[in-house]
Write a protein that binds this ligand. Structure first.
Ligand code: TRP
Length: 332
């Protein structure tokens, strides 16, 4: 029996190089290998907790879908869908909510961080907290449990949410007997953490990202902004501590990497290193960028792919939802 790997990406901003290397690339490789059932989705309901501008929301949701497809996700190999196209997730969300103590939600980190901030600013503790944000981990548990997921690849900040999904599954199983599989998280630690423009981890929250699909001129401009030290061009440089080299490594072929390593050691100017970095990233991204632009210009294609995916997702999850509803006492 193949295990199920499931993960979602929330459409809250433009996908950047760090998202690609840290999350999307390993997920694409996994889907190709056929060793697992893979389910990847656009977590649009989750984004609604903070995005209240319809046009922007729509554009970002399509953006995530277009990114996966442009980078080569084969929707015949992975189940690929939009969360909001699978209403069963929402039905399960409510049922799970009735098995989740409020105290568990009080301890969830995103909510707790807001409460702490409110305390510091002398605000009411729940100032700016909507119920979507508060119950966010329950919806995430529904995403995960409805597909009997074994493995959930996530960033470090999402580990607690997967643990909460386990807790909720256990509460349910405890009352009604073995029903949900207990998921485990997989942190993408073996993959590199990409440095951003300022050398810190590339992240939306640090505002130091290089978006994946920017046009070439903008890409070159952003690369020029990457911080370097002030060594003169001819000075030997340590590739392993260079942010430019760390990025180069992820996009170049092994022989290009080897060659570049030697150029660092014998002395390469930062200007030159930046040009080379631009070349490899641009070469890699050229085709996906075209595909991405094409998909964004005609989102009907995306709708078709996503609806087909939702159909498959529903075939997989409806039997479990029925079982759950029967167990709690609904006549269906
Ligand atoms: N909360 C995740 C994030 O912010 C996105 C997400 C929603 C998710 N549902 C999920 C990830 C289920 C994994 C599994 O990154």
């Amino acid at each position: 029996m193949k295990q199920t790997v499931l993960t979602g990406i929330k459409p809250t901003g433009e996908i950047h190089l760090g998202n690609y290397i840290g999350a999307i690339k390993p997920a694409l490789e996994l889907a190709k290998k056929n060793d697992y059932h893979t389910a990847y989705f656009v977590a649009d309901y989750h984004a609604l907790t903070k995005f209240h501008n319809a046009e922007e929301f729509k554009r970002l949701s399509y953006g995530i879908a277009a990114t996966w497809i442009a980078l080569g996700l084969d929707p015949t190999k992975a189940i690929f869908y939009r969360q909001s196209d699978v209403p069963e997730i929402f039905e399960l969300n409510w049922i799970l909510a009735c098995f989740t103590s409020k105290g568990l939600m009080n301890r969830a980190h995103a909510y707790k961080a807001l409460v702490d901030q409110n305390h510091q600013n002398d605000n009411d503790q729940d100032f700016g907290v909507n119920m979507g944000l508060f119950t966010y981990p329950i919806l995430m548990a529904a995403d995960i449990l409805l597909f009997q997921s074994d493995i959930v690849p996530v960033g470090k900040d999402q580990v607690q949410h997967v643990e909460i999904a386990r807790d909720i599954a256990e509460s349910f199983n405890h009352v009604y007997g073995e029903t949900f599989k207990l998921p485990t998280y997989q942190i993408q630690e073996d993959t590199a953490v990409l440095p951003g423009l300022d050398g810190r981890k590339m992240s939306k929250s640090y505002n130091n990202t290089i978006p994946l699909f920017v046009e070439p001129r903008q890409l070159q401009k952003l690369i020029n902004k990457i911080q370097t030290d002030s060594l003169p061009p001819e000075a030997p440089k340590d590739p392993d501590t260079s942010n430019l080299f760390l990025l180069y490594k992820e996009f170049a072929s092994p022989s290009e990497v080897q060659e570049m390593r030697e150029r660092y050691l014998t002395g390469i100017g930062w200007g030159e290193a930046k040009k080379e970095l631009f070349q490899v990233i641009n070469k890699f991204i050229q085709e996906p960028r075209e595909k991405y632009n094409e998909l964004m210009a005609s989102p009907e294609q995306l709708d078709e792919i996503l609806l087909e995916g939702a159909k498959k997702a529903r075939e997989v999850c409806i039997p479990l939802l029925k079982e759950v509803k029967r167990k709690v006492g609904f006549t269906i």
